[in-house]
Design a protein around this ligand. Sequence first.
Ligand code: GRG
Length: 287
Amino acid sequence: MSNVSLYIEKIEKALENSIPALSEEISPVAEMLRYSLEGGGKRVRPLLCLEFCAAAGGDPDKALNLACAVEFIHTYSLIHDDLPCMDNDDYRRGKLSSHKKFGEANALLAGDALLTHAFFLITKAVAENDIDAENAVRAVKELSTLSGMKGMIGGQYIDLKYENTPASLPVLVEMDTLKTAALIECSCALGLIAAGADDIEISYARDFARELGLAFQIKDDVLEAQDGTDTSDVKNGKVTYVSLFGIEKAKNLAAIHTKNALEALNHFGSAADEIRMIAENLLNRTN
Ligand code: GRG
């Protein structure tokens, strides 16, 4: 039987417990974090973190703080991405985006709070004996690199640079490898670190995550195009896989990257069966 719903339940509880108690004067900050964290996200990244921990023979409970750290970074990136100076979106997951609800300055702060607290959660993992100090250093390296300039921030930079200027396919691939796949790679790596896995094992997960990340982004473009409304990509004049290839070819491309991702899982044998199922479900998702 699949552990997915059990893991999601654990993640939801751990996310709630990760928001610190604050004095009355600053408690609205916690409310802003809660608003964006509990907005109905799919929890793909924390789920992969727990799944890779289990696939490497670890205890997924020991990966929960690290999984929350990645989801905090993901949530901060969405809040900042929605800001008027970036993608300028009024809605996120069907409700008002953070800056529409709380104002721009507060949304900026909420994102900053999530980003900084993500690193605190790694220290919490040590304090709660999930991981030792050496593995905490490995986790900080992964999280700072893959969410930073060599990862998500770099990808977002390319994204903004090519607003209204057509990006070539290699640029698009580099952008999505950084913007989308890097944080997925981080989730898998942190799960493996929580299981005490070595760098060779992590390298197989990196191959998986880069392919899955591209498939995930292409599918995201397909879903946006099928939505039929003027999406922020269209409004901001951005090239996507759909604008380059059309919907059908883009769908095929997503399937090819998913197949490559599944091949990279061979190293983990049947221990990765649930991860295989997740990768296939992501390809077939409708939101
Ligand atoms: C602003 C520093 C900064 C970075 C922004 C992640 C990102 C970079 C922008 C968000 C916009 C976007 C389309 C990113 C690509 C990754 C992606 C498909 C995000 C949406 O992830 P889901 O589908 O979201 O997992 P949920 O809502 O399920 O959590």
